[in-house]
Design a protein around this ligand. Structure first.
Ligand SMILES: Cc1cc2nc3c(=O)[nH]c(=O)nc-3n(C[C@H](O)[C@H](O)[C@H](O)COP(=O)(O)OP(=O)(O)OC[C@H]3O[C@@H](n4cnc5c(N)ncnc54)[C@H](O)[C@@H]3O)c2cc1C
Length: 471
C-alpha cells in the first residue's frame, strides 16, 4: 500500500532522471479513488517507476472529460456495481437520523459552564479552575475522558432500549481518531459490539510533508502557524487550539519538530492574562508530548511582556525558550537576568524597525552584538540557537565555537525554510552540528507577508519571494 505522492521523488540523485523502481510484470497496482490524481506528473512518474505493472482503478465517481477520463486512463471497465444495484441488494441501507440531546451535549458558553459543574462537581475549586483552563475549548471538552464515558453510557442505554429491539444498527460520529477509539472502547465495556471505522482527510497536512522531508535530510524542524495580532478573544482561542492540536499531530506523525509562536497571535494585545492563559494551554500540550516551545520575540513595545510570559511558562515547564534580538541595546542585560545552564535561548538579529535610541542600526554593530551575546550565553552554560542566514556571521560563530571548545550538544544553527544557503547547511551538518529549519505555514501567510512589508519594506522582497520556495 502506498500513496501517489511517494512517487514525487523518483529521481536519480546523480542524473536527475526518472528511476524504474520495479519492472516486474506481475505487479498489480490497485488505485483507490481512481478518478483523482491519475492524469498529471505524479501519475506519469508512478507509471514510469512501475513500467510493466497492471493498473486497476476503483472509483465511485468516474469522470469523462477531454483531458481526464477514468475509463480512458485505465483502459476500459472491468466491472461495475451501481448505487441502485447496491440498494436492491441491501448493501446500501438508509440512515435514519434521530435527534437526541444527551444532557452532556455542548450548546454554548453557558452550557459549557454547567457541564463543568456537573462533571467536576466533586473536585475542589482550585482543581476545577485548572481543569477549566485546560479544557477551555469546546473540542477539548468534547474529548475529555469522563465526558466520553458518560456519553458512551448514555448511548449504550439508548441503543439497547430503542435501537436494537427494532433490528437497527447505529453509528457514532466522533471529532477525532482518539475520541472514536475511546467511544468504541467504552461502548464495548457497556456490552455492545462496536468497531471503530476511522476516516481521516489528510490529517497530517502539507506542513508535515515538508517537515518529514527535511527530517529525512537530517534537519530538525520548527513549525510556526503564521499570524500575529489577533483582534478577538475568540480568534486567540482558535489559534491556541490550533497550536495544542499541532503538538498532538507532531506526536502522532512522529516528525522531529517543535513549535515556535508569537505572543500577539495568542492575544497579547488583548491583555497579558489572556495571553498567559492561552500560552499555558499550549505549554501543557507540549509537556504532554515532552516537546519544546519557543516564544518568538516581537517588537520592542512588548519585549518586557514577552520575557515575563516566558518566565511564567518556565515555572510550569522546563522546555520553553525565549528569543533575544542582537539589535536591541538591552539584550545583554535581559540575557544576564535569565542566564543559567537550563536556559535554551535563540539569538537573532531582530526583524522589526526600531528607534536608534534603543537599537543598533549599523549591520556591523548588530553583528558584533550578536557575537557578544552568543559568547555571553555560551560561556554562561546556556543552550544557544544561532538563527541567522548571514554566512560571514556564521563563520565567526563557528570560530567562537572552536575557541570555546564547545561540543555540538550545546548549540544549533537555525534558518528560515526557503532561504538559499548555497550548501552551507550541509557543511554545518557534516561537522556534526545540528541545523534546524523554521517552517511557517497556514492560511495567514499572505497577511503576515503584507504586515512585514509595512513594518520594514527592506525585507519585503525576501519574505514575499522566498518564504515558501524550496532551497
Ligand atoms: C529561525 C529564525 C527565527 C527568527 N526568529 C525571530 C524572532 O523571534 N524575532 C525577530 O525579531 N526576528 C527573528 N528572526 C529574523 C532575524 O531577526 C533576522 O531579521 C533575519 O533572519 C534576517 O537576518 P539574518 O541574520 O539572516 O542576516 P541578514 O544580513 O539580514 O541576511 C543575510 C543574508 O541572508 C539572506 N536572507 C536573510 N533573510 C532572508 C529571507 N527571509 N529570505 C531570503 N533571504 C534572506 C539574504 O541574502 C541576506 O543577504 C528569525 C530568523 C530565523 C532564521
Amino acid at each position: 500500500m502506498t500513496t501517489i505522492q511517494k512517487f514525487e521523488d523518483v529521481l536519480s540523485v546523480e542524473t536527475e532522471e526518472l528511476v524504474t523502481l520495479n519492472a516486474a510484470e506481475n505487479v498489480i497496482v490497485m488505485v483507490d479513488e481512481a478518478h483523482r490524481t491519475q492524469y498529471g506528473l505524479l501519475a506519469a512518474k508512478m507509471r514510469k517507476a512501475l513500467p510493466n505493472a497492471a493498473f486497476i482503478g476503483f472509483t465511485g465517481t468516474p469522470i469523462d472529460k477531454v483531458f481526464r477520463s477514468t475509463v480512458r486512463q485505465f483502459g476500459g471497465l472491468i466491472d461495475s456495481y451501481t448505487i441502485p444495484e447496491s440498494v436492491a441488494d441491501k448493501s446500501t441501507v438508509p440512515i435514519l437520523y434521530e435527534a437526541r440531546l444527551p444532557e452532556l451535549s455542548i450548546l454554548g458558553p453557558n452550557t459549557l459552564d454547567k457541564l463543568f459543574d456537573k462533571m467536576f462537581a466533586h473536585e475542589p475549586e482550585h482543581i476545577k479552575q485548572r481543569i477549566k483552563r485546560r479544557y477551555a475549548t469546546k473540542e477539548m471538552l468534547a474529548e475529555a475522558e469522563s465526558r466520553i464515558e458518560m456519553i458512551a453510557d448514555d448511548i449504550s442505554d439508548h441503543f439497547n432500549r430503542y435501537v436494537k429491539p427494532n433490528g437497527y444498527k447505529a453509528q457514532v460520529v466522533a471529532p477525532s481518531r482518539r475520541t472514536a477509539l475511546k467511544y468504541a472502547q467504552y461502548v464495548n465495556d457497556f456490552g455492545i459490539s462496536a468497531y471503530p471505522i476511522i476516516t481521516t482527510s489528510n490529517e497530517d497536512g502539507p506542513e508535515f510533508n515538508v517537515a518529514k522531508a527535511l527530517n529525512e535530510r537530517g534537519f530538525e524542524v520548527t513549525l510556526d502557524i503564521l499570524g500575529e495580532h489577533v483582534d478577538s478573544r475568540q480568534e486567540a482561542g482558535e489559534v491556541t487550539a490550533a497550536y495544542v492540536d499541532l503538538y498532538r499531530r507532531i506526536a502522532a506523525c512522529g516528525a522531529r519538530a517543535n513549535i515556535s509562536l508569537k505572543p500577539t497571535h495568542l492575544g497579547l494585545d488583548l491583555g497579558r492574562e489572556l495571553c498567559l492563559e492561552n500560552l499555558l494551554q499550549v505549554v501543557s500540550a507540549g509537556r504532554e508530548s515532552g516537546n519544546f516551545l519557543r516564544i518568538d520575540m516581537e517588537d520592542s513595545a512588548i519585549t518586557d511582556d514577552t520575557l515575563a510570559l516566558y518566565s511564567d511558562c518556565r515555572e510550569f515547564y522546563d522546555r520553553v525558550g525565549p528569543v533575544l534580538q542582537a539589535y536591541l541595546h538591552r539584550s545583554s542585560d535581559d540575557l544576564a537576568l535569565i542566564l543559567s545552564t537550563r536556559l535554551n535561548v535563540r539569538l537573532c538579529k531582530g526583524i522589526y524597525r526600531e528607534r536608534p535610541e534603543i537599537a543598533h542600526q549599523r549591520p556591523s554593530a548588530i553583528n558584533d552584538n550578536f557575537m557578544a551575546l552568543a559568547r555571553q550565553a555560551l560561556e554562561g552554560g546556556a543552550y544557544v540557537a544561532l538563527a541567522t542566514h548571514d554566512r560571514p556571521l556564521i563563520a565567526r560563530l563557528e570560530q567562537l565555537i572552536r575557541d570555546l571548545r564547545l561540543p555540538p550538544e550545546r548549540f544549533e544553527f537555525q534558518v528560515l525554510y526557503g532561504v538559499p544557503m548555497g550548501g552551507k547547511l550541509q557543511e554545518l551538518q557534516s561537522r556534526g552540528f545540528k541545523v534546524r529549519i523554521y517552517v511557517p505555514f497556514g492560511e495567514a501567510w499572505y497577511d503576515y507577508s503584507k504586515r512585514r512589508l509595512k513594518e520594514n519594506p527592506d525585507i519585503a522582497g525576501y519574505v514575499l519571494s522566498n518564504l515558501f520556495k524550496k532551497e
